[in-house]
Design a protein around this ligand. Structure first.
Ligand code: KG4
Ligand code: ZN
Length: 343
């Protein structure tokens, strides 16, 4: 049976998040304390992230309980991100969740962060038809997963180098747009002309579902190296548009091919890059050609949040025992044992 009220905790990267989810699908309260310490470094500093999680977890828990108008005693179970992510950050979240579960006398379950991204649309009341292609696109992830049911996954494709969000962030940094770069590139791209630059689409005909972004980033670096800042607004907009179009083409090519080959009945996208307007438009059009829906969760469920963790925690507890004190964080997706071997 799905536990009635689950408290979720997420600390896999640089967001400290706590949420409460009812009946495994309705978020009652969801608080995300974004860490501000990283912006001056142009990227997430792992050591600073774990320290900030330590400071922020208590107040974030209090805010989430207040927002949901519940007390810790009312909660039936706890769920926490087990991995993948930054190990130091995961350790803080898992230790905190263990202590809280022990003190409150509640069961605790570990949740896979990528799996949680794949099911976030349920928080919007959307149950994607099975099988679907689940796509996780964030600063640390670019995975294409064939989802045949809850707990039944096959990893079909991934990036060979940079994650999609990482590519946006690196290009944003090269262009002096701050961190994270994705939203700024997206905004500028809307005003630019993508055909102004001819940028590479790596691995387009590789015959698998993998992608690569390092060559694209190098091509942008070369173009930036030919100029001295401050960059001309129109040039910046054109370069952002061309870069974004190359990323979007690369992703859509493989995602849509996989959806067609696997007979998927929907494509569901999660992770921060799912907010990208160019990607949304292109994937929606591509899915329409295939006659299947492209599902994008609301922005607050696309980026890292604890409601998706509580949701998957609730479903996991409905199927098996809690992990409790045996729960250990793991940094890589492989270690989580999440997906069947590729192929
Ligand atoms: O899922 P998320 O909040 O955190 C993790 O990395 O797990 O995703 C953050 C990533 C960053 O790389 C950010 O630049 C990217 O998502 N991002 C975007 C957009 N909004 C966020 N990338 C492209 N276009 C956007 N609109
Ligand atoms: Zn994420």
């Amino acid at each position: 049976m799905i536990p009635r009220l689950v408290l979720g905790i997420e600390t896999s990267c640089d967001d400290t998040a706590v949420a409460l989810v009812r009946d495994g699908r309705e978020a009652l309260g969801s608080v995300i304390a974004a860490q501000t310490v990283h912006s001056e470094f142009g990227g997430v500093v792992p050591e600073l992230a774990s320290r900030a999680h330590l400071d922020l977890l208590g107040p974030t828990l209090d805010r989430a309980l207040a927002e949901a108008r519940v007390r810790l005693e009312d909660v039936d179970a706890l769920a926490v991100t087990r991995g993948p992510g930054l190990l130091g950050s995961l350790v803080v979240g898992v230790a905190y969740a263990k202590a809280l579960a022990l003190a409150a006398g509640k069961p605790l379950v570990g949740v896979n962060h990528v799996e949680a991204h794949l099911w976030a649309s349920v928080l919007d009341g959307i149950d994607p038809p099975l099988p679907f292609v689940g796509v996780a696109l964030s600063g640390g992830h670019t995975e294409f997963v064939l989802v045949r049911g809850f707990g039944d996954y096959a990893l079909r494709g991934a990036t060979r180098d940079d994650a999609a969000g990482e590519a946006f962030d690196k290009v944003g940094k090269l262009l002096g747009l701050g961190f994270p770069g994705g939203p700024a590139v997206d905004r500028l791209a809307a005003r630019g002309e993508a055909r102004a630059f001819d940028l590479p689409r790596a691995m387009a005909d590789s015959g698998d579902y993998d992608v690569s972004f390092s060559g694209l980033k190098t091509a942008v670096r070369r173009l930036v190296g030919e100029r001295t800042p401050p960059f001309d607004e129109a040039w910046l907009a054109d370069l952002c548009a061309a870069f974004q179009a190359a990323v979007v083409d690369t992703l859509c090519n493989k995602i849509l091919r996989l959806a067609a080959d696997a007979g998927a009945r929907a494509v569901v996208v999660g992770g921060g890059v799912a907010c990208n307007r160019g990607l949304r438009a292109a994937l929606a059009a591509g899915c329409e050609r295939l006659g299947i829906p492209a599902v994008f969760p609301a922005a607050r469920w696309c980026t890292d949040n604890a409601a998706m963790i509580a949701l998957v925690g609730a479903w996991t507890l409905a199927r098996g025992p809690a992990d409790g004190a045996a729960l250990e964080p793991v940094a890589s997706l492989e270690e989580t044992g999440f997906a069947a071997p590729r192929g």
